[in-house]
Design a protein around this ligand. Structure first.
Ligand code: ATP
Length: 282
């Protein structure tokens, strides 16, 4: 990473306020209690995994954090600032970026897709940019340079001008990651970052996530079913079941937690098979 590259991690200050605090968040859909008084704290510069069986409420919580879904009660704060009730674009401006379970890319090149992440930071606005006004051209050059730098950082450098339609599945997931990083978030939400990937792609993505955390000094909250990857890269894990938080701790702690084992009965959390992620060092 060049000196002008993304922000470097500060030494974690044990007294530093948490990046994200979720308190007593409840969401109801008609008769379904999707989240039932959920608490979650993500520490600065950490990787925090959110796991749970199908229907546990993981996607709903991500939707609350990114403003797509409103909590019926409870609060969400980012570095002490209230996000509760904010619109998605405002939450993005405040520093929360997200990738999706299913790839969401527009047509065009890697560069065009990654640059979309800069829009929350574009001061000139869409109209001025489209008209190519003088100040905006300079701003655009800066954004393009930054987009290229981030693309290189996640391993897309040589693919920067290639249409995304021509990329492998793993590389398209990487474009989503680069676009999210281009927003310069303080909190990155990754929704199943290795879902659908083959072993080699999973290993590469695991290594990339580790490098992102180490180099960029941001916090990552990820939903993932791949326990091998979680064991490898997560500092802390929160487990949801039927909308309730049933455990929080290190990966080893939650893997041994009797309530977690019960929640996963038959799906094998305790004996999670090692993923390709374990083949890469951290
Ligand atoms: N828009 C909705 N309308 C009604 N019920 C919903 C809606 N979204 C989610 N639910 C319900 O809320 C509960 C939590 O769903 P959610 O998708 O958040 O779980 P999840 O942990 O992400 O599951 P998965 O691992 O299968 O993606 C489930 O019972 C689900 O059926």
């Amino acid at each position: 990473m060049s000196p002008s590259g993304p922000r470097r991690a500060q030494a974690t200050d044990p007294g530093a306020p948490p990046t994200l605090v979720v308190r007593d968040v409840t969401v109801r859909f008609a008769g379904v209690l999707a989240l039932d008084g959920v608490d979650l704290t993500v520490r600065p510069d950490s990787v925090h995994a959110l796991i749970g069986p199908n229907g546990a409420g993981k996607s709903t919580l991500f939707n609350v954090l990114s403003g797509v879904c409103r909590a019926d009660s409870g609060s969400v704060t980012l570095a002490g600032r209230e996000l509760t009730g904010c619109a998605p674009h405002r939450i993005a401006e405040l520093g929360v970026a997200r990738t999706f379970q299913n790839i969401v890319l527009t047509r065009g090149t890697v560069a065009q897709n990654v640059l979309l992440g800069r829009h929350v930071l574009t001061r000139g606005g869409f109209v001025a940019t489209a008209l190519g006004l003088p100040g905006t051209r300079r701003e655009q050059r800066i954004h393009l340079a930054r987009a290229r730098e981030i693309a290189e950082f996640v391993g897309l450098g040589r693919l920067f001008d290639i249409p995304v339609d021509l990329l492998s599945y793993g590389d398209r997931k990487r474009v989503e990651l680069a676009r999210a990083l281009c927003m310069e978030p303080t909190l990155l939400l990754l929704d199943e970052p290795v879902a659908g990937m083959n072993a080699a792609e999973r290993a590469r993505m695991a290594a990339t996530i580790g490098r992102v955390r180490a180099a960029l000094g941001l916090s990552i909250l990820l939903v993932e079913h791949d326990m091998g990857l979680i064991m490898r890269i997560a500092d802390e894990v929160t487990v949801l079941d039927f909308g309730r938080g049933i455990a929080t701790g290190t990966p080893r702690e939650v893997q041994r937690d009797p309530e977690v084992i019960r929640a996963y009965l038959g799906t094998g959390i305790a004996g999670a098979s090692p993923s390709a992620a374990e083949e890469v060092g951290r």
